[in-house]
Design a protein around this ligand. Structure first.
Ligand code: NAD
Ligand code: WQD
Length: 673
């Protein structure tokens, strides 16, 4: 596929985000510009989670031509899909200037930058609203509405769309190398079938289905139906509701059409609708069916500006763009309900915030659940901070750069695809030998030079339900990374309750090649608050460990030992304690969580309890730590995992070898009391 990019303005918004996914699914490269005035960065994080790729994103207002120009200089942009606009009809009648300024002003700025960079391909989000009240020509002449229907928008929002169409037409007339596709959308509805993306209106929703969804989820009481005295079968107005995924696909069809023209210019309008009208009552019933119960409504007077019928004649798009809506109102209602139940407050989560950590693609995500505040970074899906009450209890850097330095002792990170050591950096599966990067003498430690700790995970998908937060991060580790076979997808899911963090790991091969997996979290706990773990009290009933040799590899013996009850300076540990010596399963998630270690400190108000479903855990007193903000023994680690070097143990291989079709799984829990 081409190396050239499509710039998507407004790509974090409702229709834009769905279109970005379709673009990427169709092999396009995308860069998003959005000022997040009506959207959230979380939509971009979720796009990446769905498409398994990083998508460059710039928080820029289109009216800032200088910043926009930098994006055009940085990426080889082939064309633009221009969604960015304000879109609330009612609001536009109250603050028309703001609408002209943002929509028309933003477009003029965009077009200037396009011209300056010789980008002359644009797909523009127009609207059926440009046609105005088509019944002015009589009840049937222009219903369904063809593109040739005269335009006459009746509100400032619609007029901005009309003016922009005219500007684009004039530009094409002045220079007919321009390729301009005007897409006039009818009523977009629904959500992404993954349940991860959908419409997230600010304040009281203006549109029918977003309002109804909020009634269904309990955020609003009753739907008001604006009039049942129209000349339709049930008295309510008729609209052409189109699933947002179908609509998104229409943009790919338009781009492909323009591409086929080679360098020939064009200005042309296409309606994107289904051609089938539905009344308000019909849509109401379809949504009630998806929800599984009757939703409260009352019929009130007509809404000013509403018209009887806006149904598209979509023949031109079908014939020329080879595009046709495939999904039904029922499909849209089902997907909308899934999105609503999974995300009752859309992207607006209370007590969740994110901030830039290192510019592009590195962010900190903080959730606060009562007394517990946890901060994550997408690099390594790491835990940067855990704060219980006022006490910080893990080591973490306050700047992103430190995480990238050699001196970083894996603070808070996800270790993978293979935690701990692999002897001589080699192993065999089904008779095939694999050689890994040797980064620990002749051995491989924590997966070599490009382990999960060095990778920026996709996401997080942040949700808040039943008093808990969940954050899901995903990484796709390419076949051959540091010599590991198979493309491995790993999901790290954190669940943050008011006094606990649960971590769930799930990994599977995306190309059916067997590989090896061992995942854990490398948090360094410190309860003393004074930079050393000495004086920490430990309670652990685990009393066996793998005997390790000088290279910290197992000798094959299991010996008796417990962690001393007080960590004094003489207690130096980097040992693998055994919870279940017979364990041989690749997915331990169905096992009960077993307590591994309880830790307290006389100076601490917090007690930590670590439990897991795993057969072993490494206990490390942090004697190798030596970095700018933290020294030796500034934190201790409890890393639940598989046996060290399990891949070389005939009895324990099954813990770590991921065979074709298998799924790796594990759980860890940190409780704070
Ligand atoms: P949306 O509000 O979800 O998306 C628009 C995005 O543009 C938002 O993310 C917003 O933050 C961004 N934006 C706005 N002004 C900007 C600026 N000056 N600079 C940078 N970013 C800016 O809306 P949507 O429903 O996805 O609509 C997308 C486009 O489709 C809009 O142009 C809208 O007018 C048009 N449209 C929408 C509908 C509909 O019913 N949703 C119907 C017809 C046409
Ligand atoms: C649909 C039907 C209402 C809400 C708007 C814009 C249009 C385009 C799409 C951007 C109507 C009825 C609604 C409610 C109701 N957007 N309704 N109770 O007005 O067709 O189109 O969105 O370009 O330009 O005007 O969509 O969803 O608001 O209304 O009875 O609470 O639902 O009367 O018949 P509309 P809508």
């Amino acid at each position: 596929m081409t190396d050239r990019y499509i710039l998507v303005t407004g790509g974090a918004g409702y229709i834009g985000s769905h279109t970005v996914i379709e673009l990427i699914n169709n092999g396009y490269k995308v860069v998003i510009v959005d000022n997040l005035s009506n959207s959230s960065y979380d939509a971009v994080a979720r796009i990446e989670f769905i498409v398994n790729q990083h998508v460059p994103f710039y928080d820029i207002d289109l009216r800032n031509g200088d910043e926009l120009d930098k994006v055009f200089k940085k990426y080889d942009i082939h064309g633009v899909i221009h969604f960015a606009a304000l879109k609330a009809v009612g609001e536009s009648t109250k603050i028309p200037l703001k609408y002209y300024e943002n929509n028309v002003g933003g477009t003029m700025s965009l077009l200037e930058v396009c011209s300056a960079n010789d980008v002359k391909t644009i797909v523009f989000s127009s609207s059926a609203t440009v046609y105005g009240d088509v019944t002015r020509f009589g009840p049937t002449k222009y219903i369904p509405i063809p593109e040739t229907c005269p335009t006459d928008p009746t509100n400032p929002y619609g007029k901005t769309k009309f003016v922009i169409e005219q500007i684009l037409k004039d530009i094409h007339t002045s220079d007919n190398a321009w390729q301009v596709a005007i897409l006039r959308y009818f009523n977009p509805i629904g959500a992404h079938p993954s349940g991860l993306l959908g419409e997230d209106p600010l304040g009281i929703p203006n549109n029918l289905l977003p309002y109804l969804a909020q009634v269904a989820i309990g955020r609003r009481e009753t739907l008001s139906i604006f009039g049942d005295d129209y000349d339709s079968t049930d008295g309510t107005p008729i609209r052409d509701y189109i699933h947002v995924v179908d609509l998104a696909k229409g943009h790919i069809a338009a781009l492909n059409y323009l591409k086929k023209l080679n360098d020939k210019g064009l200005y042309r309008e296409w309606n994107l609708g289904t051609g089938k009208g539905s009344t308000v009552f019909q849509v109401y019933k379809a949504f009630c069916k998806a929800v599984g119960r009757e939703l409260p409504y009352k019929v009130v007077g007509r809404r000013q500006g509403d018209v009887l019928n806006l149904t598209a004649k979509p023949d031109r798009a079908q014939q020329e763009l080879q595009w046709k809506a495939e999904l039904t109102v029922e499909d849209a209602c089902r997907d909308l309900w899934r999105w609503t139940t999974e995300n009752p407050f859309g992207f607006e989560l209370q007590d969740y915030k994110w901030q830039e950590f290192d510019g592009l693609q590195n962010r900190l995500h903080t959730v606060q659940n009562k007394d517990l505040q946890v901060t994550f970074c997408n690099r390594g899906a790491l835990i940067q901070d855990i704060k219980v009450g006022e006490q910080h209890i893990v080591c973490g850097f306050d700047n992103a750069k430190e995480y990238t330095l050699e001196t970083n002792p894996y603070f808070g990170t996800t270790v993978g695809r293979y935690a701990n050591r692999i002897k001589n950096g080699e192993f065999e599966i089904d008779g095939t030998k694999f050689q890994l990067t040797q980064n620990d003498g002749s051995n491989t430690l924590h997966a070599g030079n490009n382990g999960f700790d060095k990778q920026n995970f996709f996401g997080p998908v942040v949700k808040q339900k039943n008093g808990k937060f969940t954050l899901e991060f995903k990484v796709v580790d390419a076949d051959g990374t540091d010599g590991f076979p198979g493309t491995l997808e790993a999901i790290v899911k954190y669940t943050i309750d008011s006094l606990s963090i649960e971590i769930e790991y799930e990994a599977k091969s995306l190309d059916d090649k067997p590989t090896v997996v061992n995942l854990t979290n490398h948090s360094y706990f410190n309860l003393s608050g004074n930079g050393t773990i000495d004086g920490t009290h430990i309670k652990s009933s685990v009393d066996q460990l793998l005997e390790l040799d000088g290279a910290k590899l197992p000798t094959g013996n299991i010996i008796s030992k417990t962690i001393p009850s007080t960590i004094s300076p003489e207690v130096i540990l980097d040992d693998c304690f055994v919870v279940d010596k017979d364990a041989n399963a690749i997915d331990t998630r169905s096992k009960a969580l077993q307590t591994l270690v309880e830790a307290t400190h006389p100076d601490s108000n917090v007690k930590i309890v670590v439990s897991s479903t795993e057969p072993a855990f490494q206990f490390y007193t942090g004697d190798g730590v030596n970095c700018s903000q933290f020294g030796k023994r500034s934190g201790f680690c409890v890393e639940p995992s598989r046996f060290v070097d399990a891949v070389h143990s005939d009895n324990h291989k099954g813990q770590a070898v991921l065979k074709k079709g298998d799924v790796y799984g594990a759980k860890i829990k940190y409780e704070f009391r």
